[in-house]
Design a binder for this molecule. Structure first.
Ligand code: DX5
Ligand code: ZN
Length: 221
């Protein structure tokens, strides 16, 4: 089976018992912790910052933490997350004044780096930075909230990004975020994604393992 990663978004976790809930979802078979940082400026919602990421590390979470920055400005918060234990840091192309500099900053701080594209963000931001990318994250909803529906037009965009990654010959993860469920994950994988963020689909069910197993079963069909 292809190397697919399932990354539960802790935006839908129980914030009052965050450490326990993250432990539970990892024990249920999740690969990566997706950590949604919202600033009530770039996106119309507010979540958590680097101290919470550090708290998860201090609590004993050793799985990769995938920090999705929905903030503007981008650069000054990158070192904080690297120090707090982030493994990967992604940011929105149009939220950075200097995309190349932000990518370099992430890598200088020892994390994997990625660019995020909103549903309506053009892909031309990729043109000159493919060599600096470890991952590309396509949003399949408009950022800011969990529990929204997958925007179907994202599938064509996924195919286009998959083509560009394959053409580049580089080992770049293609992550999809928003509205991913058991009943659409296979179609999304067929369009080229290999890393799947899912918030409400996983944390909205009492038994995380059942959902994650069902997702993997769909991916192995
Ligand atoms: C949205 C966030 C997502 C969100 C996904 O801005 O980036 O990670 O939590 O939630 P679901 O899976 O519920 O669409
Ligand atoms: Zn996210």
């Amino acid at each position: 089976m292809k190397d697919f990663l399932i990354a539960p978004s802790i935006l839908s976790a129980d914030f009052a018992r965050l450490g326990e809930d993250v432990d539970r979802v990892l024990a249920a078979g999740a690969d990566v912790v997706h950590f949604d940082v919202m600033d009530n400026h770039y996106v119309p919602n507010l979540t958590f910052g680097a101290p919470i990421c550090k708290a998860l590390r201090d609590y004993g979470i050793t799985a990769p933490i995938d920090v999705h920055l929905m903030v503007k400005p981008v650069d000054r918060i990158i070192p904080d997350f690297a120090k707090a234990g982030a493994s990967m840091i992604t940011f929105h192309a149009e939220a950075s004044e200097h995309v190349d500099r932000s990518l370099q900053l992430i890598k200088e701080h020892g994390c994997q780096a990625g660019l995020v594209f909103n549903p309506a963000t053009p892909l031309h931001y990729l043109d000159h930075v493919m060599d600096k990318l470890d991952m590309i994250l396509l949003m399949s909803v408009n950022p800011g909230f969990g529990g929204q529906s997958f925007i179907p037009g994202t599938l064509d965009k996924l195919r286009e990004v998959r083509r560009r990654i394959d053409e580049s010959g580089r080992d770049i993860r293609l992550e999809i975020d928003g509205g991913v469920k058991v009943d659409n994950i296979r179609e999304i994988a067929e369009a080229g994604a290999d890393m799947f963020v899912a918030g409400s689909a996983i944390f909205g069910q009492p038994d995380y393992k059942t959902v994650i197993d069902e997702m993997r079963a769909e991916l192995s069909k």
